[in-house]
Design a protein around this ligand. Structure first.
Ligand SMILES: O=C(O)CCC(=O)Nc1cc2ccccc2cn1
Ligand SMILES: [Mn+2]
Length: 254
């Protein structure tokens, strides 16, 4: 009966995926963002967290964004390091759980993109993504100023962020992600960076967002998915700029 069990299990897993994709399509269409909790389940979530912590201990993270912070009393600018980041493709040794997370996000994004009839999932044709960016906010007030991930059509259409923070108390620990969805006049979306939670949102100007100061180490893994056409255009633009630069340089030489 265990064979039946596994077929049954695969069947429900299959249904879960379809259900998840329908939720993603609906929420992205209605709100431009989508939050899913219990994405991997406790066991697999902890395995991913364990790999991230081991990587952090090994010192591969580089200092990310420099963030200026006007200290209230004195006028000197205290710079608070924002996030520390490292990029990975998920095939690194001893990172198989991070690899499985990436594959699961890929399958949901690609399937949702196929399932959505035209007009939904933004009419994008998703054909690739960046590597995974593993980020850590070391606490003591590190934050990320309000910004747009893709302000100038670099090809990225969906941001996917997987959070790894257990027992996170937003009042004590801060680190809230606040999204200011364009078109929502007086509303914001406050997302707590909770363990085993995944967030999807349109990467362009529709979703300016900020990370408020964190007072406990705060981990997240981010993937950005490309729209085929926008990405192709961006690469062509980049090539043209490179050509112009090179011609300019060679002209200077002659
Ligand atoms: O951790 C979160 O809740 C979101 C943090 C966040 O927005 N990170 C981020 C990090 C980035 C690093 C390099 C370039 C662009 C970037 C845009 N966004
Ligand atoms: Mn961002």
């Amino acid at each position: 009966n265990d064979r039946v069990h596994t077929d049954q299990q695969q069947h429900t897993d299959h249904l879960d995926i379809i259900q998840v994709c329908q939720n993603v399509i609906r929420d992205m269409h209605q709100y431009g963002l989508c939050v899913i909790d219990k994405f991997l389940g406790e066991k697999k979530g902890l395995a991913v967290l364990d790999e991230v912590l081991r990587m952090y201990q090994s010192g591969v993270f580089k200092d990310g964004q420099l963030v200026r912070n006007k200290s209230t009393n004195k006028q000197d600018l205290k710079t608070i390091r924002g996030d520390q980041i490292t990029w990975m493709d998920g095939r690194e040794t001893d990172c198989s759980n991070i690899g499985q997370l990436i594959s699961k996000v890929d399958s949901i994004i690609m399937r949702a993109n196929r399932m959505a009839n035209n007009g939904h999932m933004g009419d994008y044709v998703i054909n690739g993504r960046t590597k995974a960016m593993v980020a850590c906010y070391p606490g003591h007030g590190s934050h990320y100023v309000k910004h747009v991930d893709n302000p100038n059509q670099d090809g990225r259409c969906i941001t996917a962020i997987y959070y790894l923070n257990r027992d996170w108390d937003i009042k004590q620990n801060g680190g809230l992600l606040r999204i200011f969805p364009e078109g929502w006049t007086d509303q914001v979306a406050d997302i707590e960076p909770l363990f085993d939670r995944i967030l999807f949102f349109w990467s362009d100007r529709r979703n300016p967002h900020e990370v408020q100061p964190a007072y406990k180490t705060r981990y997240a893994i981010t993937l950005w998915y490309f729209d085929a056409k926008e990405r192709e255009e961006a690469c062509k633009r980049y090539q043209r700029e490179r050509q112009r630069e090179l011609q300019h340089l060679t002209r200077q030489d002659t």
